[in-house]
Ligand binder design. Structure first.
Ligand SMILES: [Zn+2]
Length: 347
């Protein structure tokens, strides 16, 4: 078995407009050739996409929203639906293709064609709620993937870890009332979409299964290491997910001006070392990343390549977590006590 699969498809570049925008095809156009030159590319199994149809997208999104996407996609102004989230005639098909590709990679992991994988896609998805797209996101790719894993593979404990620097409001919205998907978002506070407070912990059957870690500006590798070792690891050990899905955004990079968070390129590789170890401990190594944000073209490429190196390394370097008082303080003061009790958090 090849250990690592990736999803790449040049048709993901077809969602585009003629004016400069942050979420642009260059994000992948720059990355794909660099990836092909990387030594690790030799050992990767490459997947391409087939689209989901609208009925399949409706597993997560409302019919009214799907109609809106179709209607606005053919209007002259690509920003007629939303000021950030442009829609063109090609957009619905590309977004369906991305979602279908993510499903294919998830199936490959479940069917043991590969152990872990990374879907290198755009447009991103984690801001897309049940009834609306926003923040460059059309359809919620990771939510559609999780829903498929619940319904077609019979899973009932899926962790979605979101380390994009923005709150994964869409994913939270979609799974807020279920315990079958635990959503954990680490995001910079006071940043778009200005949601994701720690007291939002889930409703009904989902109580305690939505964890938000809003962090102040200027957190970096050390603080994230502390959060991984003292929060994420404990949640995983207590929830015992059957697969770990990751909304992998790289806009927390220190060179990405969209945020004030300061992760280094190697910091992102460390995330993978930790997540591989966690996935080995609870779910036979099943780990799947889906690309979300990352708007400094070079920092995005470097970080994805470092991530791929860590995903493909034959021996996973066991992580050593760092003590970071600033991170400890934020978690002690922010996280509600019922969450700490439920997940046996030791701070
Ligand atoms: Zn983001």
């Amino acid at each position: 078995m090849t250990d690592v699969g990736i999803l790449v498809d040049n048709r993901f570049l077809d969602h585009k407009i003629d004016v400069p925008v942050k979420e642009c095809p260059e994000r992948l156009r720059n990355l794909y050739p660099l990836l092909k030159q990387r030594p690790c590319y030799e050992q990767i199994k490459v997947f391409s996409a087939t689209p989901l149809d609208e009925d399949e997208i409706a597993a997560v999104h409302s019919r009214i929203y799907l109609d809106q996407v179709r209607e606005h996609a053919v209007k002259e102004n690509p920003f007629s639906y939303d000021k950030d989230t442009y829609l063109t005639a090609d957009t619905p098909y590309v977004a369906q293709l991305v979602a279908g590709g993510c499903r294919r990679l998830a199936d490959a992991i479940m069917d043991q064609e590969v152990r872990r994988g990374f879907a290198l896609v755009r447009p991103p998805g984690h801001h897309a709620e049940i009834g609306r797209g926003m923040g460059f996101c059309i359809y919620n790719n990771i939510a559609l993937t999780a829903k498929h894993l619940l319904e077609r593979h019979g899973l009932n404990r899926i962790l979605i870890l979101d380390y994009d620097v923005h709150h994964g409001n869409g994913t939270q919205d979609i799974f807020y009332q279920t315990s079958q998907v635990l959503t954990l978002s680490i995001h910079e506070r006071d940043l778009f979409p200005f949601t994701g407070q720690a007291r939002e912990t889930g409703d009904d059957a989902g109580v305690g299964h939505n964890i938000n870690v809003p962090i102040p500006s200027h957190f970096g590798d050390k603080e994230y290491s502390y959060i991984l070792g003292n929060l994420v690891q404990d949640v995983i050990e207590n929830y015992l997910p059957q697969i770990i899905l990751v909304s992998a955004g790289f806009d927390a990079h220190k060179d990405d001006t969209i945020s004030h968070t300061e992760i280094s390129t190697q910091g992102f590789a460390f995330f993978i070392q930790a997540l591989r170890a966690f996935a080995e401990s609870c779910c036979d190594g099943r780990l799947m990343l889906i690309l979300e944000g990352g708007y400094n073209i070079n920092a995005l490429a470097d970080s994805v390549l470092a991530t791929m190196d860590a995903l493909t390394a034959p021996q996973n370097k066991p992580p050593g977590f760092i003590y970071a008082p600033r991170a400890q303080k934020v978690m002690e003061t922010e996280l509600p006590s019922d969450l700490r009790r439920r997940w046996n958090l030791g701070f």
